[in-house]
Design a protein around this ligand. Structure first.
Ligand SMILES: Nc1nc2c(c(=O)[nH]1)N[C@H]1C(S)=C(S)[C@@H](COP(=O)(O)O)O[C@H]1N2
Ligand SMILES: [Mo]
Length: 405
């Protein structure tokens, strides 16, 4: 039985029986062996209501990542899509009474929208990757604090909704508009916890691809992924993709709350990023913006065997911050030689791109499989970690050791 089928059988058995088996029985599914010891020891597959069993990294607030097996397809199923929250008080939002406040000093004509009214704006649809800034944080060396994610704090879906630009334009933005801030219905358990709110620059808010999404893969958003409406900021890391959206505030001054001023920042110049959020810059650091170029091998696990002389395949996905993937190179000899993989269908420049590469192991012994993606503007992955204390933007080329027998 191949790894994918074995995994799916285990996951299904777990869901049906509702029993949580000891983590060690599934250690290969729960993340790479270089995660912190405690993270590996406490990892479990567990199903939130309405979700398939996902890898639990924290329960309160819920932080669950998608097992690698689901990334064998370009589109991540809604019930397998990862879940990330900062705050533990997460209400069930009623779509019938839900309202979205569109206000702030940057607008001349603030107003309030119901879901029916939001649906009357011309719909737009876009396939886009939502990836947590800290995806792969658990692979940082040395380890850093934060949710110790493996490879699965990300997903790719077809999002449908109204363009934020259209919703803002109806409220007549002033020319001084600088940033647009967003708040969701969730909150901290104590009033002392800073509410999770985020802003984006006016230029990104007015980009035609930035959406107020009410559908994901043709269905209403799952509760855990922001029902009834979430912000979709294609190309940018998940932190800006506000879930359970309740308020949009157009600002003429930089938004100064904790989640902008103190969190989700990277040292100036450390990463080769293009998109700038200059109204939030300090002398030392800048808000995280677009995702770095990255790839994931989806059909191989360390320690697997392949047959000498028989055709074998390496498969995976690649993505970036919205330029589109130009090439994925694969090495089966630890990086000595590289071959171009065959790219799968192009679902748009913000989407996962599948790829595959066939080879025939020519000798018995260990093989190290690697994959490296490059985007259309020449951005690529790194071989050595660009260390940063919050553990963001880890796009280190994977090395998977298999055995030819
Ligand atoms: N309301 C709300 N929206 C939120 C967050 C949150 O804590 N609360 N977390 C953000 C972060 S950091 C990420 S990575 C994405 C995760 O989206 P998902 O849970 O749908 O996978 O949601 C973003 N939107
Ligand atoms: Mo995140």
């Amino acid at each position: 039985m191949d790894a994918r089928r074995r995994f799916l059988r285990q996951a299904a058995g777990l869901a049906a029986g509702g029993v949580l088996l000891p983590s060690r029985a599934f250690s290969a599914d729960l993340g790479p062996s270089t995660l912190p010891r405690g993270t590996l020891d406490s990892a479990l597959l567990e199903a939130l209501p309405g979700k398939r069993p996902l890898i639990k990294r924290a329960y309160r607030p819920p932080n669950f990542e998608t097992p690698t097996e689901y990334f064998s397809e370009a589109i991540t199923p809604n019930d397998a899509f990862f879940v990330r929250y900062h705050l533990a008080n997460i209400p069930q939002v009623d779509a019938k009474t839900w309202q979205l406040k569109v206000g702030g000093e940057g607008l001349e004509a603030p107003y309030i929208l119901t879901l029916d009214e939001l649906r009357k704006f011309e719909p737009a649809e876009i396939t886009a990757v939502c990836q947590c800034s800290g995806n792969r944080r658990g692979l940082s060396n040395p380890h850093v604090t934060g949710v110790e994610w493996g490879y699965g704090a990300m997903g790719n879906a077809r999002f449908k909704g109204a363009r934020l630009r259209d919703v803002l334009q109806r409220a007549k933005p002033r020319k001084e508009l600088l940033e647009v801030a967003f708040d969701g219905a969730d909150a901290g358990v104590t009033p002392a916890t800073p509410d999770f709110q985020k802003s984006i620059p006016a230029w990104k808010a007015l980009d035609e691809n930035t959406l107020l999404a009410y559908e994901m893969n043709g269905a209403p958003l799952p509760h855990w992924n922001g029902f009834p409406v979430r912000l979709v900021v294609p190309g940018w890391t998940g932190t800006y993709w506000m879930k359970h959206l309740v308020s949009i505030e157009a600002l003429t001054k930089p938004f100064g709350n904790f989640w902008m001023a103190a969190a989700y920042r990277i040292p100036l110049g450390l990463f080769p990023l293009v998109d700038r959020f200059t109204s939030q810059d300090t002398a030392a650091n800048t808000p995280i913006t677009e995702m770095v170029v990255n790839s994931l091998i989806t059909n191989l696990r360390g320690g697997e065997t392949v047959r000498m002389g028989s055709p074998a395949e390496v498969k995976g996905i690649a993505w970036d911050g919205g330029y589109g993937i130009r090439v994925v190179e694969v090495s089966v000899d630890g990086g000595r030689t590289w071959r171009d993989a065959q790219l799968g269908p192009d679902l748009g420049r913000f989407s996962f791109r599948t790829w595959s590469h066939r080879y025939t192991p020519s000798a018995r012994g260990p093989l190290t499989v690697m994959a490296k993606a490059t985007n259309r503007r020449g951005g690529t992955q790194t071989f050595d970690l660009i260390f940063n204390p919050p553990g963001y933007h880890n796009n280190v080329v994977q090395r998977i050791d298999v055995q030819a027998i």
